[in-house]
Design a protein around this ligand. Structure first.
Ligand code: KIV
Ligand code: NA
Length: 277
């Protein structure tokens, strides 16, 4: 399969072929996404929590995101690679947004960028698209501004909130976004908005009516353990396997069961005699 392009994603939507998107944050996770046949890889600002240990997405910087995105690039051949503009990297002005979008492309090899919300972000999206970089929108639960939304909870559960989501999605589409993420929205609300969407909609906790789905790598594989949102389906428990593997190693170091002869270098006995002298 060749590299996934924007026309290929549009074709998939038109053909009713679901689009599979996942986040990745480093070389190994990108290699896994490549091997699994993923269509779109997002270097999400969820990296703040999944790989950098912050307690929200707010603190992660452009510098940190660029390091992670460049590592993903080196592990990918096929999927479209999207860099997630972190909080504070695009809100100030169109100039700031365009500059940081270009950094994702030039310094990390991303194919596109993503930003959150409607409102002023619609103008930023339009400016970035005009500057030559494809943009993915993101509506519903937008973690960068979750405190304004009343925390990490589903959006669009009142008529006013649902109308706002539809309005933002349409404005982002009108601004030239090639795709839009719908996060934590009642399935019935997604279904109502979908007929108006001409670009692929990728859902996360938005029900089955979208053109594709996205999950956070560490959530779907169970890398971190602990609580995950309602919309996460755990497809593996990698943390359990990793802890068991490291614990077995620690045990064998302590009992001297490791290293065995098969992990150990030999030397010609004559050479060893010479070494002794
Ligand atoms: O940062 C992220 O992981 C995201 C996806 C969940 C859409 O924005
Ligand atoms: Na994000």
């Amino acid at each position: 399969r060749g590299k996934v392009t924007l026309p290929e994603l549009a074709r998939m939507k038109a053909a009713g072929e679901p689009i599979a998107m996942v986040t990745a944050y480093d070389y190994p996770s990108a290699c896994v996404a490549e091997a699994a046949g993923v269509d779109i890889v997002l270097v999400g600002d969820s990296a703040a929590m999944t790989v950098l240990g912050y307690d929200s997405t707010v603190p992660v910087s452009m510098t940190e995101m660029l390091v992670l995105a460049a590592a993903c690039r080196r592990g990918l051949r096929t999927p479209l690679l999207v860099g997630d503009l972190p909080f504070g990297s695009y809100e100030r002005s169109d100039e700031q947004a365009v500059e940081n979008a270009h950094r994702f492309v030039k310094e990390a090899g991303c194919d596109a960028v993503k930003l959150e919300r409607g409102g002023t972000s619609v103008d930023r999206a339009r400016a970035i698209v005009r500057s030559g970089v494809p943009v993915m929108g993101h509506v519903g639960l937008t973690p960068q501004t979750a405190s304004q939304l009343g925390g990490f909870k589903a959006q669009g559960r009142t008529a006013a909130s649902a109308a706002r989501i539809a309005e933002d999605a349409l404005a982002l589409q009108e601004a030239g976004c090639f795709a839009i993420v719908f996060e934590a929205i009642p399935a019935a609300v997604t279904e109502l908005i979908m007929p108006a969407m001409e670009v692929p909609v990728i859902g996360i906790g938005a029900g089955p009516a979208t053109d594709g789905q996205v999950l956070v790598f560490h959530d779907l594989l169970g890398v971190l353990g602990g609580r995950t949102p309602k919309f996460v389906k755990p497809y593996a428990n990698v943390r359990e396997q990793m802890v068991a593997g490291v614990a077995a190693y620690v045990r064998e170091v302590r009992t001297r069961a490791f290293p065995g002869p098969e992990h150990t270098y030999g030397i010609d006995p004559e050479e060893l005699t010479a070494v002794r002298q």
